[in-house]
Ligand binder design. Structure first.
Ligand code: BTN
Length: 309
């Protein structure tokens, strides 16, 4: 969205405004206004022209400009109907020197999950990668991932779904009382930097939103199946706003994570290259590592695949 379009939307927020009035207040020609209004319509803004002027009647489309409109977080939004992977695109943007961009897609044809797994990402989901250049150390990077899981879980809960977090950062729906669950969302964080400085970080969030669960791998569920479809524009705005709030208050991430955790109190197996750890998950550290009470005492695990037993 360009500056003139931004100013037009600002002017229309308070009600209808005529073309000549817009042209005068923005100091551009009436033809320029007409052209920019046309561009906004193409981007999904429903603008009617009536006797009192142009009127913004609805914003329902899911596009870059509509997601940027009303977004209370400092990200520009790049939208794709279809892309290989939003994380791969964010990486590309990082090499071009970009920052504070949310790459969004309706569908990913080569979605990537953790541990080199594929991630099924059909049309209707919320697939978004946020590229930032934070002033943090690589040791703090896991907090960014936890911040994203808290952000997703909170936005999903607002949509009426009992979303919880399975360590480290899967958003799941509990099934029964035994720590069983279905997976609703996941995160893939990629970054580049030096030993003491992160250069860029791309947090890729995948949320099974308006999709039928039976079109996804077993064990997955969707917001549609749990509570019905969401307005993806408003929903992704909430995710981005929550993520922005938590990344700017990293000290509040772990307490918020604890409140939403399904893993704490569970008997778990952590599958690590250095060997499995089995025991009860009792806490997370300030850095987001899981504390497991094993037969041989407490062990702290900072990475691995976690299974609820
Ligand atoms: C996982 O649970 O294994 C992580 C899944 C992460 C998927 C998201 S969808 C948006 C972004 N682009 C990708 O290719 N992957 C992440």
């Amino acid at each position: 969205m360009n500056e003139t379009q931004r100013s037009i939307l600002e002017a229309l927020a308070d009600g209808p405004v005529s073309g000549p009035e817009l042209a005068e207040s923005l100091d551009v020609s009436r033809a320029a206004i007409w052209k920019q209004i046309d561009g906004l319509r193409d981007a999904g803004f429903e603008i009617e022209s009536g006797p009192t002027g142009y009127e913004l009647v609805d914003v329902t489309a899911y596009t870059g400009p509509t997601v940027e409109y009303g977004l209370e977080a400092p990200f520009s939004v790049e939208y794709h109907d279809s892309i290989g992977s939003t994380n791969a695109r964010a990486r590309e943007l990082a090499t071009e020197g970009e920052a504070d961009v949310a790459v969004l897609a309706d569908e990913q044809t080569g979605g990537r999950g953790r541990l080199e797994r594929a991630w099924s990402a059909p049309s209707g989901g919320v697939w978004v990668s946020v590229l930032t250049r934070p002033e943090i150390t690589p040791a703090q990077a896991p907090l960014y991932t936890l911040a994203a899981s808290v952000a997703m879980a909170r936005a999903i809960r607002e949509a009426g779904v009992d979303a919880r977090i399975k360590w480290p950062n899967d958003v799941v729906i509990p099934v029964g009382e035994d720590g069983d669950y279905r997976k609703l969302a996941g995160i893939l964080t990629e970054m580049e930097g030096e030993t003491d400085r992160v250069e860029w970080i791309a947090v890729g969030m995948g949320i099974n939103a308006n999709i039928d669960a039976d079109s996804l791998p077993e064990g997955a569920t969707t917001i549609r199946d749990e509570a019905g479809d969401v307005d993806r524009r408003l929903f992704v705005q909430r995710v981005l706003e929550e993520f922005d709030a938590y990344r700017n208050a990293l000290e509040s991430v772990v307490p918020a994570w604890r409140d939403l955790a399904l893993t704490l109190g569970q008997r778990v197996r952590i599958d690590r290259t250095a060997g499995d750890i089995v025991g009860e998950a009792v806490d997370v550290t300030d850095a987001g590592a899981l504390v497991v009470a094993t037969e041989d005492g407490e062990q702290t695990v900072s990475a691995g695949d976690c299974e609820h037993l």
